[in-house]
Design a protein around this ligand. Structure first.
Ligand SMILES: [Zn+2]
Length: 254
């Protein structure tokens, strides 16, 4: 029988046995938020779960265990568009803390968090500090920035931050049917000043609402997206994540 990798599919005895062999558990976190008129609302959650699962499949036994994905994230900046469901940073922080406290009690001393949504990152860092302080747990954090080298090479559009060329390519590669080609919007962004554009490493930053920067809800240019780009991005990203998780697992043997 194939080795189980999802926490929820294991029975209590199987989980107890696995915790004796591997001390790492992985938590994907996503969001439920508008992704332009053309991408599904659960894009970040699906993508986070997908990359984690594919990376763990490529690892040798004994494999780390994947916790169920947190399907909601901190998305208040997308509330100007239909479909977004947001939770407060404090709520997400508490959910992560509660999950961490529980899994460490069952023998998993390392938690690897992969977020599919950039808006969760600050909260994940705060939660990680708290978990370290309160439980001694080692928390590792990663995001889709792990595809940055390939993104630089393949993605042509500027300020490609949300539902643009990058994210649309990723969805085309794994859930093509859910991309509504009829509604893929043209590039349309309106930054308050060019100094604040994401593309040019802003000289100083600001808290923004998506609807203030773009009427379409898209940051970037999804018309330049392709399935081929998406496939290349996924393959490189999955491999890199696999290596990073392996690094964390190997730390256990020191
Ligand atoms: Zn997204």
């Amino acid at each position: 029988m194939e080795e189980k990798i999802r926490w929820g599919e294991m029975n209590r005895w199987e989980l107890e046995q696995r915790a004796k062999l591997v001390k790492t558990t992985i938590l994907p976190i996503g969001s439920l938020e508008q992704h332009g008129p053309h991408l599904p609302l659960d894009t970040d959650s699906f993508d986070a779960e997908y990359i984690v699962e594919e990376a763990v499949k490529r690892l040798d036994s004994p494999k780390p265990v994947i916790l169920p994905t947190i399907p909601y994230g901190v998305s208040d900046h997308h509330m100007g568009f239909p479909g977004t469901v947001t939770i407060d940073p404090k709520t997400l922080e508490d959910i992560i803390i509660n999950i961490g406290r529980s899994v460490i009690q069952h023998g998993f001393i390392k938690l690897f968090i992969l977020t599919g949504h950039g808006g969760n990152e600050a909260t994940i860092k705060t939660a990680a500090r708290r978990l370290k302080k309160e439980t001694g747990m080692d928390v590792y954090m990663d995001s889709f920035d792990l595809m940055d080298p390939e993104k630089k090479e393949l993605i042509e559009s500027e300020n490609d931050m949300h539902a643009g060329e990058f994210e649309t390519s990723l969805v085309l590669a794994v859930r093509e049917k859910l991309v509504d080609e009829r509604t893929v919007p043209k590039k349309e962004m309106n930054f308050p000043d060019s100094k604040l554009e994401f593309e040019h490493e802003p000289e100083f930053s600001f808290a923004w609402n998506t609807h203030e920067l773009t009427r379409t809800g898209v940051l970037g240019d999804p018309t330049k997206a392709s399935k081929e780009k998406g496939e290349k991005l996924w393959d490189a990203g999955i491999e890199r994540l696999k290596m990073r998780i392996k690094t964390v697992i190997d730390l256990e043997r020191n």
